[in-house]
Design a protein around this ligand. Structure first.
Ligand code: NAD
Length: 437
């Protein structure tokens, strides 16, 4: 099938590469010229395990190409995906200008019957807007275009695997034609028995926000428990194990820590709450989820202050800068929120991340970055674990302790074992667990 993907970011590029690997002929379009030229040279513009190799493999196989011009890519396409960003406006509403622009670009160059698929995360009701925008552009397309919603559930860091082995493929369609095309598109995955769920469009749109809001809620729930445990002397890790062993609850997303970040959860919670309000339903639980998430950075900062007293002239080392492991994405990373607070209080902040150094530095130029974890810890008064990269588990803790100014570790991800930290001579502040002070 001939497929065009508008927006070649974290979702769009994975969509391009995986659909090409399923045998389709895919063209990726992006308005960012530098992104397109690096892709044309076989370079992924961001770090995602396995993605660059898959992109190159599919380009060599002649199934995948990239262009800046929708005019070159859209004519002849049978399916057009919209994978552009939907950031939060100041009031929390999703900013859908890029979705409208992409829809109008597609409309301008559409030929023949075309299914236009929202993959970007959008509030329920957006498909009607997309359809209207298309018809404003080209009223002659009324009977030949079909809108569908196919929300994306990939996780950054595991995006390729999530797309080739999805928990489910969700398709909301307005016509049998669109439903049938989407089935054909995903046939190689449907044939492998990956669940294919069909709904109406607004259900698919709403289900995506519902999933992200619920996952964020789980994280905030366990983080609120961490605050309770810190005040009562209980251990949140053990509490989460007890909760997670209940099959009705499940263990995933019950790790207390610095809170959620990244491009999706923060904005999606806000957009979902705004949607509820617009629909005349009050859903303050969602505001609470966001508020509790903000407390996680405050609680970590309190521990750093408790350990160091005054922060002026102290050096704080941050292990991990990305919003989660296996990505270089620092968008709304809690590590960077913490770095900004520490800098505001006069601390000297040094960070290390296996992949996200350059992105972090471009967001916060005052942040010093170290070439590895050991140099990051060297001379620090406090080391804070901000991102639970696997490789941090194997660090030589003796070497770290000996190189630090004060042997203080604040573990924002409960990466280390309190007993061995105590035995190693650290003053250790985990999250939601008794400190070894
Ligand atoms: P991104 O910022 O990485 O990528 C968006 C891309 O769209 C950019 O490359 C940008 O240059 C391009 N773009 C913007 N306007 C354009 C236009 N008019 N024409 C062509 N290109 C345009 O964003 P992302 O992380 O890929 O997210 C995209 C959407 O997918 C969002 O709605 C997001 O909520 C959703 N989503 C993201 C993830 C994730 O883990 N990142 C997961 C599921 C869903």
């Amino acid at each position: 099938m001939k497929v065009v993907v508008i927006g070649t970011g974290h979702v769009g590029l994975v969509t391009c590469a995986t659909l090409a690997s399923l045998g389709h002929e895919v063209v990726g379009v992006d308005s960012d010229e530098s992104k397109i030229s690096s892709l044309q040279n076989g370079l992924a513009p961001f770090f995602e395990p396995g993605l660059e190799d898959l992109v190159n493999e599919q380009m060599k196989a002649g199934r995948l190409s990239f262009t800046k011009e929708a005019a070159q890519a859209v004519p002849g396409a049978e399916v057009a995906f919209i994978c552009v960003g939907t950031p939060a406006r100041a009031d929390g509403e999703a900013n859908l200008i890029a979705v409208e622009q992409a829809a109008r670009d597609i409309a301008r160059h559409a030929t023949g019957s075309l299914v236009i698929v929202e993959k970007s995360t959008v509030p329920a009701g957006t498909a009607n807007r997309v359809r209207r925008a298309i018809l404003h552009e080209r009223s002659d397309l009324a009977s030949s275009i079909h809108v569908a919603s196919n929300p994306e559930f990939l996780r950054e860091g595991k995006a390729v695997d999530d797309s080739l082995r999805p928990d489910r493929i969700l398709v909301g369609a307005e016509s049998d034609f669109a439903r049938e095309k989407m089935r054909q598109l995903y046939e190689p995955l449907v044939d492998q028995d990956f669940p294919f769920i069909e709904t109406d469009i607004q259900t698919a749109e709403l289900a995506k926000h519902a999933c992200n809001a619920f996952l964020a809620l789980k994280i905030s729930y366990v983080n609120a428990l961490a605050r309770m445990c810190e005040r009562s002397g209980a251990d949140v890790k053990a509490v989460a194990t007890v909760m997670g062993s209940d099959a009705r609850i499940g263990p995933q997303f019950l790790q207390a820590g610095l809170g959620y970040g990244g491009y999706c959860f923060p904005k999606d919670i806000l957009a979902f709450e705004r949607l509820a309000t617009r629909l005349g339903y009050s859903f303050p639980l969602l505001q609470e989820v966001a508020r509790i998430n903000g407390e996680a950075v405050d609680a970590t900062l309190d521990k750093i202050r408790d350990a160091l007293w005054n922060l002026e002239d102290k050096t704080v080392a941050l292990l991990g800068l990305a919003f989660k492991p296996d990505t270089d994405d620092v968008r709304l990373s809690p590590a960077l929120a913490l770095a900004r607070r520490l800098l505001d209080e006069g601390a000297h902040v040094v960070g290390f991340d296996p992949e996200a150094q350059a992105n972090a530095k471009s967001e916060i130029p005052e942040l010093e970055v170290a070439p590895d974890a050991y140099e990051c810890a060297q001379g620090a008064h406090c080391l804070v674990v901000c991102t639970d990269w696997d490789e941090f588990r194997d660090l030589d803790l003796n070497r770290i302790r000996e190189s630090m100014n004060y042997p203080v570790v604040v573990d924002g991800r409960n990466l280390f074992d309190p007993e061995s930290m105590r035995a190693n001579g650290f003053t250790y502040y985990p999250t939601g667990r008794p400190a070894a002070v």
